[in-house]
Design a protein around this ligand. Structure first.
Ligand code: CMP
Length: 135
């Protein structure tokens, strides 16, 4: 079993696509081991995306991620990190395959509906960031 951190971003929450995304998560065989709706502060968004410090898109990313509530989830499944990345599709919805979450619900590289951890070390770190009780 493996765990990953998933976020339904403000664009998808605002568009009321969260229920459809959560339904799809369950259909695809993930177990939701933690879930919370949170309004991120600027500080929290900057801390969460610290790996992107210095990148030109960081200010826009932080503004976007704090524009409204997000739904954060810890998901569990064999090979969960890659399985969730496959279900989301690539970062830019323009490159995403049919039926991926970013193709269905994303708009562009910034407003791309969902986030997922990219490796075991970041998954552990990101899960602890939102769900310290799941350690
Ligand atoms: P996410 O998986 O949440 O990780 C970082 C986010 O930065 C990414 O999804 C994108 O939504 C956002 N982003 C905005 N611009 C860019 C860019 N030029 N390259 C990569 N990510 C970007």
């Amino acid at each position: 079993m493996e765990r990953t951190l998933a976020i339904i971003k403000p664009d998808a929450v605002r568009a009321k696509n969260a229920g459809k995304i959560i339904d799809r998560i369950e259909q695809e065989g993930f177990s939701i081991v933690g879930m919370r709706k949170v309004q991120l502060s600027t500080q929290q968004a900057e801390d969460f995306y610290a790996v992107h410090k210095g990148k030109p898109f960081l200010p826009e990313l932080v503004a976007f991620m704090t524009a409204g509530p997000v739904i954060v989830m810890a998901l569990e499944k064999p090979n969960a990190i890659q399985a969730w990345r496959d279900l989301m599709g690539p970062t830019n919805p323009a490159n995403a395959g049919a039926n991926t979450l970013r193709k269905l619900y994303g708009t562009d590289i910034g407003s791309n509906a969902t986030h997922g951890s990219d490796a075991p070390a970041t998954a552990a770190q990101e899960i602890t960031f939102f769900f310290p009780e799941l350690k």
